[in-house]
Write a protein that binds this ligand. Structure first.
Ligand code: ADP
Length: 413
């Protein structure tokens, strides 16, 4: 089944076309036919694409909104210019899968989009005002362009965390606030955590119920999840993706009283403080330079800049602290799994996080750690009681598989 996977943001649209092997053994034969992104939607947008053979194209195109961007991408895909031979007409796209950020308490798994599901996603806008409206726009644009008959599936970032028990998801605030406004921890990056748990399980030939790991998704956004028996039992992100680890531009955890203090001292509204914590903080805020970890590490090596060093140290300290907390929360684990742009590519950050986890039985194999970049591998020493792995994430693949499964009505990964 050819699945068009969409991740619709406020000014960008990322997409992939994946031919899923719905008949064969799980994970066998899924083929990525093409991928791309439209950025700076709103005017003259930048379109970049990469086909099956790795050939890249980059050009500009007018796209005033998500619908126009999607219309452009689909026309391009169907044209000779794309070089995607498998997609020659609308009939060659069999279903569309969407990343939807917030499923609230309504969605515990991926769902075929019906009128009720659309209403449910709308109802979750309150919980994710910055994300769900964009995801909805993507769904409605597909409907307008491809017609109602095109099956569409929503894959929620929050769904994997639906198994977190009450004592781990409730905040210790007056209970009626949870009842009235559903204020609680939801967790995000669920598709990524679920994918790497699935890869771990496949590599080690385990059953889901034998899968006990802490997963660290370290990208621009960062989160850690405790997975016991293959299910999420605790996670670092909260009501919104702001809580938890230090991220590219997000602060992660801080004393909630700081919000008021910052507002008073800096003459900011609560909304402005929240924006500052989301977009001006984290690695960017501390270093004063960039949110890009690769650049920070290069800078550190060349200039030994004090604030850059601090940004990297705070990042690693927080990640290490969360690994410890989640190990305690879940009663111990067999492995720590690194994923996301930083987790997959930076041996240095992995080493810094693991240095200090010897008490938990984790020791790295330095060579293995250095040599494992952007690919799957075990990076802990043979004696390590707590193993460590690098497992690159592939959220789009899981979205494509979920989409095929929901459309065909079958069970799957
Ligand atoms: P997103 O969360 O937007 O999908 P990614 O998962 O691609 O982002 O992660 C982006 C982060 O990964 C950036 O901070 C980038 O600098 C970092 N990164 C990528 N490669 C390396 C590397 N070799 N060393 C250190 N950091 C890296």
């Amino acid at each position: 089944m050819n699945v068009f996977v969409i991740n619709a943001g406020s000014s960008s649209l990322k997409w992939q076309v994946i031919a899923t092997d719905s008949g064969g053994a799980q994970g066998q034969g899924d083929v990525r036919l093409c991928r791309g992104a439209v950025e700076r939607i709103g005017g003259e947008a930048i379109v970049s694409t990469q086909d099956l053979r790795g050939a890249r194209q980059k050009f500009t195109a007018p796209a005033r909104d998500t619908r126009a961007a999607l219309d452009y991408v689909l026309r391009w895909l169907l044209s000779d210019a794309s070089g995607v031979r498998e997609i020659r007409g609308w009939g060659d796209i069999h279903a569309v899968g969407h990343r939807v950020v917030h499923g609230g308490e309504l969605f515990h798994e991926s769902a075929l989009i019906t009128r009720d599901v659309l209403k449910g996603i709308e109802d979750c806008i309150d919980l994710a005002p910055l994300h769900n409206p964009n995801n909805l726009r993507g769904i409605l644009a597909v409907r307008e362009i491809c017609g109602e008959a095109m099956p569409q599936v929503a894959v929620f970032d929050t769904a994997f965390h639906a198994s977190i028990p009450e004592h781990a998801y409730l905040y210790a605030v007056p209970y009626h606030l949870y009842r009235r406004h559903r204020i609680r921890r939801y967790g995000f990056h669920g598709t990524s955590h679920r994918y790497v748990a699935y890869r771990y399980q496949t590599l080690l030939q385990l059953k889901p119920e034998q899968t006990h790991i802490v997963t660290l998704h370290l990208g621009n956004g960062c989160s850690a999840t405790a997975i016991r028996g293959g299910r999420s039992v605790d996670t670092s992100m909260g009501m919104t993706p702001l809580e938890g680890l230090v991220m590219g531009t997000r602060s992660g955890d801080l004393d909630p009283a700081v919000v008021n203090l910052m507002a008073a001292k800096e003459g900011l509204s609560p909304h402005e403080v929240e924006a500052l914590l989301n977009t001006q903080s984290g690695l960017l805020g501390v270093s004063g330079l960039t949110n890009d970890m690769k650049v920070l590490l290069e800078e550190l090596e060349e200039h030994e800049d004090r604030r850059v060093r601090l940004a990297v140290e705070i990042f690693c300290h927080r990640a290490r602290k969360y690994v410890g907390a989640l190990l305690a929360s879940m009663g111990g684990a067999d492995a720590v799994v690194f994923t996301g742009g930083i987790g997959e590519n930076s041996a240095e950050i992995r080493a810094r996080i693991c240095d200090g986890l010897q008490w938990a039985g984790l020791t790295l194999n330095e060579n293995q750690n250095q040599q494992t970049t952007g690919r799957e591998g075990r990076i802990s020493s043979d004696e390590s009681r707590l193993a460590a792995y690098v497992l690159p994430t592939d959220e789009e693949l899981l979205i494509a598989r979920d989409t095929a499964r929901c459309v065909l009505g079958t069970e799957g990964a």
